[in-house]
Design a protein around this ligand. Structure first.
Ligand code: NAP
Length: 392
């Protein structure tokens, strides 16, 4: 028995199923989870196990020696029959169904927003703690949005679902937050250089295919992006909003406010897809309340957890996505006083978005859960956080 009270909750959930249609009753779930005691060897499920993020989740659980008691792999009916390796064992992929969460303690979701909206509340009602990679719940005031190095303590007020941030936001905040702690950030202007793996496994295939087609002199076929991505850059990530920004671009401000507990933080961002397989980079121009020098910023960044400073321009040393791929830490460089902002600093940050922007961060959240050793404390989320419609 891993989750004594969680299981009691799941029995009650079964009884309620007929009339509640498995709707997430956050307040109720909170009461039960308050009493939960996390087992030291939880039964973990990966939902979307065959996807770009799911595969990295399985690898990260193994690499981090996460004390998995049992691992269940879930994906669509298309993947039933596939097997994925974990600790030398071939684990069969099962179809995601509403009854799949019986006995699951921690459910790592990475199967897209619509799957999360449908199944995460079901999993929470069955007694699992959901760590969700999609944007479905990120701006829900009842759901903590967590980067453990920044606001790990927020996992304590979860009510069954914890959200993982947008990948570009996560990579940016790894450098911005320590600077904010020291100099109080007012606003940023930024442009992202986002790898195709950020769109998922099919987009990695699309870039590979288009490169081959071009090399062979064939015409290019497009399935994922509206334009050719090979040898091109697309100033278009996610869908467009009425004001001309994309949903992805607004995640930096909205999620940044919630994670940093900084409700007046402003971010004007242009998100760009580039023909890089793995690791996102962001050029950031940040304005602070307090004066900032390159030396004082460097001293802060050198002490920041999960971050390396690579900043020796004379030796052509700066973070490169090619070398950030498969690295747990993000890297920051090109530090300079911003010549167009008061108290401004310009920098370039790069990080593997499949890791820090997704799988690694999710496993770190699970580690926080185990550390806190009790699901929830009855504390409130940070105030003044706007609730906005979630994108992908
Ligand atoms: P992906 O490579 O396209 O993988 C999608 C996964 O979802 C696959 O395992 C797929 O299973 C599963 N799936 C799709 N439809 C399903 C269904 N009806 N029932 C059950 N499983 C289903 O996508 P991804 O890049 O890993 O992204 C997954 C999620 O993580 C998305 O919400 C995305 O926004 C988020 N995220 C991604 C990144 C990133 O860098 N890629 C970063 C942060 C967050 P099949 O193989 O069986 O189809």
């Amino acid at each position: 028995m891993l989750f004594t009270v969680g299981r009691a909750f799941s029995i009650e959930a079964k009884q309620q199923k007929a009339n509640s249609k498995a709707k997430f009753d956050a307040a109720r779930a909170g009461q039960y989870i308050l009493a939960l005691c996390m087992n030291s060897e939880p039964h973990v499920a990966v939902v979307g196990a065959t996807g770009a993020v799911g595969v990295e989740m399985i690898k990260t659980l193994e690499k981090h020696n996460f004390p998995v008691g049992k691992l269940t792999l879930l994906a669509s009916a298309r993947s039933v029959g596939k097997k994925l390796k974990f600790r030398g064992e071939e684990i069969p992929v099962q179809e995601l169904t509403k009854s799949a969460f019986e006995g699951i303690d921690i459910a790592l979701f990475s199967a897209g927003g619509s799957i999360s909206k449908e199944f995460a509340p079901v999993a929470a009602q069955a007694g699992s703690v959901v760590i969700d990679n999609s944007s479905a719940f990120r701006m829900d005031n009842q759901v903590p949005l967590v980067i453990p190095e920044i606001n790990g303590g927020d996992v304590k007020w979860h009510k069954g679902i914890i959200a993982n941030p947008n990948c570009t936001t996560a990579v940016t905040l790894m450098a911005l937050y320590p600077l904010h702690q020291a100099f109080s950030v007012k606003r940023i202007f930024a442009a992202s250089y986002q790898a195709v793996s950020g769109t998922g496994a099919k987009a990695i295939e699309e870039l590979k295919r288009q490169v081959e087609q071009i090399v062979k002199g064939h015409s290019v076929t497009k399935e994922v992006y509206p334009h050719q991505i090979a040898f091109n850059v697309l100033p278009h990530v996610d869908s467009f909003l009425q004001d001309g920004y994309t949903k992805e671009e607004m995640k930096m401000q909205n999620e940044g406010r919630k994670i940093m507990h900084h409700p007046t933080f402003r971010a004007s961002v242009t998100c760009v897809r580039v023909p890089v397989y793995r690791a996102h980079s962001v050029a950031v121009n940040a304005e602070f309340e307090k004066p900032v020098t390159v030396e004082s910023a460097r001293a802060v960044l050198e002490r920041a957890p999960g971050l390396r400073v690579i900043d020796e321009p004379a030796k052509n040393a700066y973070p490169l996505p090619l070398y950030q791929a498969e690295q747990a830490d993000c890297a920051v460089g090109r530090l300079r006083r911003d010549c167009a902002l008061d108290n401004g600093l310009a920098f370039w940050v790069s990080g593997d978005q499949l890791l820090k922007g997704a799988a690694l961060n999710a496993v770190q959240i699970a580690e926080e859960l185990l550390k806190s050793n009790s699901g929830v404390q009855d504390t409130e989320p940070a105030r003044g956080i706007p609730s906005v419609a979630a994108g992908r």
